[in-house]
Design a protein around this ligand. Structure first.
Ligand code: NAP
Length: 255
């Protein structure tokens, strides 16, 4: 039985990871870290097995991680829409004071990795984003906050920590059912630059959550970092069985 801490557990992908791991209660005991009690109650029905606080405070992470074997990092700075955009105009985004990518995606993740190291955690799964090789990526322009640059810096910090890692850099996230699409893996934003047959560079959050769960169980996922997108689902919506061992075998160590 492995005890897993999931941070960002009220997030759209983090909450799916918590639910999937709770379904495997013979293998995993799950605890969540979140900052909003009402949101936890709304998503999970109760606050059982939850810790509360901000990942900006290392002490908060230390408390939640105590006694765990594995850490899953699903926190992220969340951009907010500025004002009320006029119909037909593009919304502008900003990061709230104290919640910038530098503070959340770099220092917040660093806090988690440092606390994990001190707690003797032996595996960390980190979900990040594709696009980090391109300084001029439009996501870096949101609030001029370089979100992908800070995320990538944190990924390097994790690799350098010496803890076994799996870094999953997703394409555009979709709120669509999982298990309906063949997954693809690659590196260095190759899938963004040259998507096979020009397919959309996206992936359902449920499939990303499944990749996290599989990473905890398949040794070929250890010490690997990769980009991932999905092929489109078939029109009939039939299930697709991905061979996760084979997928992870295609991935490589290092950023
Ligand atoms: P999300 O719903 O935005 O969740 C982010 C989580 O981080 C939330 O639970 C949020 O808490 C938590 N958080 C933020 N600041 C925190 C703090 N100071 N202390 C504690 N928790 C904090 O995430 P997602 O959209 O599922 O994305 C998952 C990951 O994939 C992210 O790293 C994201 O950047 C990446 N990604 C996103 C896309 C995309 O298309 N959106 C594409 C590729 C990769 P609250 O619930 O309280 O807000």
């Amino acid at each position: 039985m492995k005890k897993v801490l999931v941070t960002g557990a009220t997030g759209r992908t983090g909450s799916l990871v918590v639910k999937k791991l709770r379904e495997k209660s013979a293998q995993f005991q799950v605890v969540g870290l979140a900052r909003n009690e009402a949101k936890v109650k709304e998503i999970f029905g109760s606050t059982d097995d939850f810790f509360f606080g901000t990942i900006k405070e290392k002490g908060v992470v230390e408390k939640a991680i105590s006694g765990c074997d594995i850490l899953v990092i699903l926190t992220s700075a969340v951009p907010q829409i500025k004002g009320k955009p006029e119909p037909g105009t593009r919304p502008e985004f900003y990061f709230p004071e104290g919640e910038s990518p530098e503070e959340i995606d770099y220092y917040g993740q660093k806090n988690q990795i440092d606390a994990a190291k001190e707690a003797g955690i032996n595996q960390i799964i980190l979900v990040g984003s594709m696009g980090g090789t391109d300084e001029n990526h439009p996501l870096n322009k949101i609030g001029n906050a370089n979100i992908l640059i800070w995320k990538r810096k944190a990924e390097q910090y994790l690799i350098d920590s010496g803890i076994d890692y799996t870094i999953i850099r997703a394409g555009g996230l979709l709120n669509e059912p999982g298990g309906k699409r063949a997954l693809l893996v690659s590196k260095n934003d190759e899938l963004l630059k040259n998507p096979p047959d020009g397919i959309p560079t996206s992936i359902p959050r449920e499939d990303v959550a499944e990749l996290v769960v599989q990473s905890l169980q398949i040794k070929e996922a250890k010490n690997k970092a990769f980009d991932t997108i999905s092929k489109p689902a078939s029109e009939s919506g039939e299930n697709v069985k991905n061979d996760f061992v084979n997928l992870f075998k295609q991935t490589t160590p290092g950023l």
